[in-house]
Design a protein around this ligand. Structure first.
Ligand code: PEP
Ligand code: MN
Length: 348
């Protein structure tokens, strides 16, 4: 159950509602939105009696019964799409947003060349890991704050917004100082301490699906972030681990429309980690546009053969530019279909 308070509800009135709900044996979680306070009710109790009783309270705007275990991120909570503004673009809105850049920030020259190349090709957000989760402790672990500073330089030079990975709760403030979007990697999708800390970071989060996680587990992880105060979560399908070995991961392309039936959050596709092979990235990117994802996050490196991580799945800049050109007619169809959706919603 989700309770929306009226616009000018006072702390006293909110406390009264919380108290009433708790009397029915439920736990409450309130979120202070820009406009109003919303209270999520979780646990076991007499839902009908609680709902009727709370609905009658004077400062309650409305009460919605939500059956999914994830409350704030469910479609029952909000019809339509959540739009997340980053820099000059809106993810989940009328524009198909492409994020691109290297797997890791490696040097000033590398990130500058990558940033200029992807910006020219039409990407709006620069990716690049400064903290890297690596399978081997002997592999390059990232430039850390030095890398964040280089990302900032690239942002200043190109106007691109920055997305970069956050690996631990202790680094949240540091990374949030530099990043426009904080990326939670597949390996950290269920790092609940981190997810809770991200609820308070004040920046949008891109949450990647864990490599052995179900769609519902992904939504529960998103719920952690939202329930702890941050409604700006972007989901990312990046492939899951299966028995198949031809691709690095198996892209669960159907997860995208499946998620759209379950949540109002935007969803992007990562065709690079989903395949592990640069030759497959353009085809999968087309699939992402066609299936109605809100955007892509693609690995692009000025010299993939020299990349310290994920070179085999990184496009070089001319390849990325070609792919962006080839995506144009698909993106046009995507935009027409979004327009129709908005018109249909307005006529409803
Ligand atoms: C990455 O984006 O470079 C990365 C490590 O991705 P994932 O968490 O999806 O493996
Ligand atoms: Mn990578």
């Amino acid at each position: 159950m989700i309770i929306s308070m009226k616009l000018h509800a006072t702390p006293q009135e909110i406390a009264e509602v919380r108290k009433k709900v708790e009397e029915f044996g439920y736990k409450v979680h309130s979120i202070e939105g820009e406009e109003r306070v919303v209270i999520a009710v979780v646990g076991v109790g007499d839902v009908t009696a609680c709902l009727e009783s709370v609905e009658a309270m004077p400062q309650v705007e409305n009460v919605v019964r939500i059956t999914a275990p994830y409350k704030f991120v469910s479609k029952e909570f909000r019809q339509g799409r959540t739009r997340i503004r980053v820099g000059g673009v809106e993810i989940g809105g009328d524009e198909f947003v492409v994020m691109a850049g290297p797997c890791s920030v490696e040097s000033e020259e590398q990130i500058m060349r990558a940033a200029e190349g992807v910006a020219q090709a039409g990407a709006k957000i620069l990716r690049g890991g400064a903290f890297k989760p690596r399978t081997s402790p002997y592999d390059f672990q990232g430039m850390e704050e030095e890398g964040l500073k280089l990302l900032r330089k690239a942002k200043q030079a190109t106007g691109l917004a920055i997305i970069t990975e956050i690996m631990g709760d202790r680094d949240v403030n540091l990374v949030a100082e530099y990043a426009d979007i904080l990326q939670v990697g597949a390996r950290n999708m269920q790092n609940f301490v981190l997810l809770k800390a991200l609820g308070k970071c004040g920046k949008p989060i891109l949450l990647k699906r864990g490599m052995s996680s179900t769609v519902k587990e992904l939504l529960m992880s998103a719920e952690y972030i939202v329930a702890h105060g941050n409604p700006e979560v972007i989901l990312c399908e990046r492939g899951i681990r299966t028995f198949e070995t031809v691709t690095r991961n198996t892209c669960d392309i159907a997860a995208i429309p499946a998620l759209q039936e379950l949540t109002h959050l935007p969803i992007v596709l990562d065709p690079s980690h989903a395949t592990g092979k640069r030759s497959l990235v353009p085809a999968l990117s087309r699939a992402g546009v066609a299936i109605g994802a809100d955007g892509l996050i693609v690995e692009v490196h000025p010299a993939p053969e020299k990349a310290v991580s994920d070179g085999a799945q990184s496009l070089d800049i001319p390849q990325f530019q070609r792919m962006m050109q080839e995506l144009k007619p698909y993106i046009q169809l995507w935009q027409e279909s979004r327009k129709k959706e908005v018109a249909a919603a307005a006529g409803r």
